[in-house]
Structures are given as C-alpha cells and as structure tokens.
Design a protein around this ligand. Structure first.
Ligand SMILES: [Zn+2]
Length: 239
C-alpha cells in the first residue's frame, strides 16, 4: 500500500474483503472461531506469528496503552490505541469504516496504531496516541503517520451530534442535497499536525471503504447483523 512507503523496515498492513471478516468477537464464540481463523491466516501470510500479536477490544474512546512482550497474544479490553518500542511485537485492531492510523518514529523505532472513528477522534485518540509515543521517547516531529482506507467524505454523513463534535474544523464540513457530510481524514490530519506531526509526514489513503464493496467491508454501507471488519497490523520484525 502506497501510504506505507515511509514505513520501510516493518510489517504494516490492512486486510481486505478477500481475507474474510477479521473481527475480534469475544462475546460470540461461534463467530470468533471463523474470524479468528481468518485473522491468523492473514497474519501468517505476512510472516507474522499470531502469538506475537497484541489486539484490542475497541470502545471508541481514547485509551492508548504502551505494550510489549508481556502482552503478546492478548486482546486488551477498553483500548483504542497501542504503542511499543519492542521488536517482534505486532499491534493490531479492527476497522470497518473507522480510520486505522499507523505511526512510526524511525529514530527510536517506536510504532503505534490508533482506532480513529468519529467518537475516538472527538474523545482525543490522536493527542493520546502522540503522548503515548512521546512517553516511549519519540519526538512528534520525527513521527510518520499513515491513515489507511476508511469511510470518505463522499459517504460519511454526520448528523448534528457528530458535526457538533468537530465545530472547530469548519473546512471538514460539507452540505450536499441538504445532508451534512464530514471529512474525518482531514480532521485526523489536522489533529496530527496540531500535535506536532509534520504535514509532509502524513500520508492518507484516498480509498473509501463504502465506495469499494469488492475490496472492503463497510459497516455504514452493509449494516450487517454481525459486524464484519478488516484487521490492521503494524510491527517491526526481530532480526
Ligand atoms: Zn465513498
């Protein structure tokens, strides 16, 4: 994926529809059997040992945790972002329209992965993520950020509660046919910049999950009974 061109030394990826739903279901063991198998196959085809992956059970909040070998293979509750400086630890989360935000500081080898839905963005997942990167020694101006395929301004309709949460980003709002649309990627980009990430180090995928039914699951497009998601992963191999 082109957005990872500045991430040369690591595994950074997002699954697609062809990989099957990679949702982490802890509440539904039957479904979890299928989606866990999809997730493991996706990791293995990328030479990632699933036992080295740290997952999260997202709550659309701003809780970012620093993890390491102690958390390998675990799924952490109430967590929407992960950072690490350890090698051979793969950070992962699932998205089905939300923005997967990948972070990498090549100077210290610190990496991060944030779950950026509108609620998480409004709650402060980006300042929380940059602060967590700083706590591991990364300076914001050294961080490269990549925002993966996500629901675009073409499809993200933001009713009043959503629009109101981002009143300080007037350029991200657009009204079409009397409906309010919102550009979450532009908001995430501006928030990264406000937190010290340099504009030229922010890469954004133009792919919209809702526009590409052959390639991606999209909750807002499909509204399935059981949510189907992609899995995002980032990690630096140990060698
Ligand atoms: Zn679209």
């Amino acid at each position: 994926m082109e957005i990872f061109s500045r991430f040369p030394t690591m595994h950074a990826a997002l699954s697609g529809k062809g990989d099957g739903s990679c949702r982490l279901w802890h509440s539904k063991p039957d479904l979890d059997k299928i989606t866990a198998a999809n997730r493991e196959r996706f990791f293995e085809t990328r030479n990632i040992d699933p036992a080295r992956v740290v997952s999260v059970l997202s709550e659309h909040e701003a809780n970012v945790r620093a993890v390491g070998h102690a958390e390998a293979g675990q799924a952490l509750p109430r967590t929407d972002g992960l950072v690490t400086r350890e090698r051979d630890i793969y950070l992962s989360l699932t998205v089905g329209d939300c923005l997967p935000i990948y972070l990498h500081d090549p100077k210290t080898g610190t990496i991060g992965l944030l779950h950026g839905g509108w609620r998480g963005l409004a709650a402060g997942i980006i300042p929380g993520g940059i602060e967590a990167m700083r706590s591991l020694g990364a300076a914001p101006e050294d961080i490269h950020a990549a925002i993966g395929p996500s629901i675009g301004p073409c499809h993200f309709e933001g009713k009043e509660d959503v629009a109101g949460a981002f009143a300080e980003f007037p350029d991200a709002h657009e009204v079409r046919e009397a409906k309010p649309f919102l550009d979450l990627r532009a908001i995430a980009r501006d928030m990264l910049a406000e937190n010290g990430v340099l504009a030229e180090r922010i890469a954004i995928s133009k792919e919209c999950t809702a526009c590409l039914p052959d390639k991606y699951f999209s909750y807002r497009r499909d509204k399935p009974e059981f949510v189907e998601t992609m899995v995002a992963v980032i990690g630096i191999p140990d060698k």
